[in-house]
Design a protein around this ligand. Structure first.
Ligand code: NAI
Ligand code: MG
Length: 508
């Protein structure tokens, strides 16, 4: 393990790290890609390429799926739940030991602030420990049949799980999928996003070193088209967990239909955050700021629509806009207030959506790409250079009078808050339910009758009352309607990875 300061010094000098994975992880081994080709990954804070990773294809997918199936037929299939629990705890300990490396690489590859990446790694440890505790408690039930019969269920592992991972929370999304999968006795083939492949490879290697048998947890890297698509349509895959865009979710659901593969889809959102006039203002302000500017707004459950009660609109927005204008932007490793967005393509998409909205809406602050964010002072003698500016978008707040406007209806997935005004509580609920998404929803109010009514009336997979993003790995997470279906996290997630078998015996 290398500590944070040593790693940061190496990045300052060379713009990268020597120890980064340049392999796929298949059948317990570091493997070169079948194609012999590599792709580049970029540091979004500077816009510079800093590493290469394998450009995987269907042949790599075949090898990984075969290894995963072989592990189920072999030693992993015979490993007891108690032993699976011990292995998950050993992986958690290994991640804790290597937390600095994982956090620095996650920050460099995804662009997120190092302090957020450190939080993500702590959540990975917690997730592994939580499901370690569940592995040996996957009880079935017995049925109340007549005295001539005995009946019970057993929970069997679903088989090989394909995990398609997005770039906004690369390692923590992977952990929340693999931990319950391994606890339930499944094997995994994971495909991280092509923008952020590195920490998934590191995690698979660490898990293997912690005692996970060969073939149980494989990682193939590459694009969605060349690596993701053959993985989700592979007949050797028995379950799919996908987090990402609605369009790709639709494609994956179609691929799953071909083999009748079970799946969980965690898609986009346009989650409402309601602030009523009796809310505690400081805590509501903090809540709204975190809901939209954390991870530069690239969170599926971001609170991206503020619904504010008319009587406090101006007073609240004045303070909110002042706070947003005061945010300091910088390279993720500097851990200022906000980092870059993940890619040049994503930056253009955000800018285009905001530009399109100008005519019909009022931009209260921000609204533009900026090149004035703080940069890392790379040592130019090493040729690391300082010329590129990274992918930064100003913290933006847009007042939107028309609830049907695209800026209100579509996911932006960036630091762009849309504000809608509600005349009263009922109007707020109506606006909250006014998109095709239904992932998360939040409310700030001192009136517990109203917060309870809101929680019951809003269509969402999770509702946050007086603290946006409240909850932890214990809290089931997922969406309704175009936000997807199925639940991750909590004990609920284990169902994704278990097949229920009923066994009935005639005994009379
Ligand atoms: P995407 O949904 O295409 O990418 C997510 C993952 O799916 C990546 O690993 C990608 O390689 C893989 N993938 C792509 N096509 C595939 C296919 N045909 N079969 C199997 N795997 C495939 O999302 P993208 O293009 O990176 O971002 C587009 C938009 O999606 C964003 O602007 C944002 O609005 C949304 N998004 C939502 C996320 C969430 O957490 N719900 C996460 C990432 C993106
Ligand atoms: Mg990257």
């Amino acid at each position: 393990m290398t500590d944070k300061n040593t790693l940061l010094a190496e990045i300052n000098q060379t713009g990268t790290l020597k120890s980064l994975p340049r392999w796929q992880f298949i059948n317990g081994k570091k493997q070169a890609p079948h194609s012999g080709r590599f792709l580049e990954t970029i540091d979004p804070g500077s816009g510079r390429v800093f590493a290469e990773f394998p450009d995987g294809d269907a042949a790599d997918v075949d090898a990984a799926v075969a290894a995963a199936n072989a592990s189920l037929q072999g030693v992993w299939g015979r490993t007891s739940p108690a032993e699976r629990s011990r292995i998950l705890l050993a992986i958690a300990a290994m991640v804790r030991e290597h937390a600095d490396e994982l956090a620095v690489v996650e920050s460099l590859d995804a662009g997120k602030r190092l302090s957020e990446a450190e939080w993500d790694i702590r959540s990975v440890v917690r997730t592994l420990e939580y499901y370690a505790g569940a592995a040996d408690k996957l009880h079935g039930i017995s049925f109340p049949l007549s005295s001539d019969y005995s009946g019970h269920t057993v929970l069997e592992p679903a088989g090989v799980s394909a995990q398609i991972i997005p770039w906004n929370y690369p390692i923590s999304t992977l952990a929340r999928g693999i931990a319950p999968a391994l606890a339930a006795g499944c094997a995994v083939v994971a495909k991280p996003a092509e923008q952020t492949p590195l920490t998934a490879l590191m995690l698979a290697d660490l898990a293997h070193r912690a005692g996970l048998p060969d073939g149980v947890f494989n990682v193939v890297t590459g694009t969605g088209a060349k690596t993701g698509a053959p993985l989700v349509s592979h007949p050797g895959i028995h379950q799919i967990t996908f987090t990402g865009s609605v369009a790709t979710g639709q494609r994956i659901m179609q691929a799953a239909a071909e083999n009748i593969t079970r799946l969980v889809l965690e898609l986009g959102g346009k989650s409402p955050l309601v602030v009523l006039k009796d809310a505690a203002m400081d805590s509501a302000l903090n809540g709204v700021m975190g809901a939209i500017f954390e991870n530069a707004g690239q969170i599926c459950s971001a609170g991206s629509r503020l619904i504010i009660e008319s009587s406090i609109r101006d007073q609240f927005l004045d303070r909110l806009v002042a706070r947003a204008r005061g945010l300091k932007l910088g390279h993720g490793l500097l851990s200022l207030d906000m980092g870059p967005v993940n890619s040049a393509a994503h930056l253009s998409k955000i800018a285009a959506m905001v530009d399109e909205s100008r005519r019909k809406n009022t931009i209260l602050c921000g609204g533009k790409v900026t090149d004035s964010a703080a940069q890392i002072d790379y040592d130019s003698r090493q040729g690391a250079g300082k010329n590129s500016k990274g992918y930064f978008f100003e913290p933006t707040i847009i007042l939107a009078p028309d609830a049907s406007d695209a800026i209100v209806q579509e996911e932006i997935f960036g630091p762009v808050l849309v504000v809608q005004e509600a005349q009263d509580f009922d109007h707020a609920v109506k606006l909250a339910n006014g998109t095709n998404f239904a992932l998360a929803a939040g409310i700030y109010s001192a009136d517990s009758r109203k917060t309870h009514q809101f929680a019951r009336q809003v269509d969402a997979g999770q509702v946050y009352v007086n603290e946006y993003f409240a909850g932890g790995i214990e809290t089931p997470f997922g969406g309704n309607r175009r936000s997807g279906f199925g639940r991750e996290k909590g004990m609920e997630a284990l169902q994704n990875y278990c097949k229920i078998k009923s066994i009935v015996t005639r005994i009379g």
